[in-house]
Design a protein around this ligand. Structure first.
Ligand code: SF4
Length: 169
């Protein structure tokens, strides 16, 4: 393990195009049942891919998952999502450094296939990761707690901000 392992993890993340990264305590990352309702009633992507609800972990399951980790890295991609390929590569490189519990949560629906066939097994199991919001994480509060920008997008002129969460232990 390197002298400063957290810097090493942050460097891996930044080398894959992230704008900024902040170490967070996963036990402080908020989840909520309301997040699942936003997926189920209001998002056209509900049920459309294996990484989205109802296939993704419930908020309750995610709470248990987050409480099972001591360290997380909130990844701020900027105004363009980093994509699952980059995220999976980050997870893989961190895992190979010895952090055997490394697991990444992305943003938005899975973009790896033109259309998800909704059949197990998934076509890209090593890269397909559910998004933070699909798992019931309050991404707005998580970003604000870390001092990162995020606001409700109200029109096409508004620029969105994209986040991922890497769990490490
Ligand atoms: S990789 Fe393809 S099959 Fe797997 S969840 Fe993504 S879209 Fe669906």
């Amino acid at each position: 393990m390197a002298k400063n392992p957290w810097k090493e993890v942050a460097d891996i993340i930044l080398s894959h195009g992230a704008t900024r990264v902040r170490k967070v305590d996963p036990r402080q990352v908020p989840t909520g049942e309301w997040v699942r309702l936003k997926c189920q009633f209001g998002c056209g992507g509900y049920g459309q891919c294996l990484t989205c609800p109802p296939h993704a972990p419930t908020p309750e399951e995610t709470r248990k998952l987050l409480d099972d980790y001591s360290t997380g890295f909130l990844i701020y991609w900027g105004h363009e999502a980093g994509g699952r390929k980059a995220l999976a590569e980050i997870e893989r490189q961190v895992f190979l450094k010895g952090w055997y519990k490394a697991f990444a949560l992305g943003s938005g629906p899975c973009e790896l296939c033109r259309e998800c066939d909704l059949e197990w097994p998934c076509n890209h199991p090593s890269q397909a990761r559910p998004s933070m919001e699909a798992c019931g994480i309050d991404v707005f509060q998580t970003a604000r707690d870390a001092g990162f920008p995020i606001q409700v997008v109200t029109c096409h002129e508004d620029v969105p901000n994209f986040y991922s969460l890497l769990l490490v232990e």
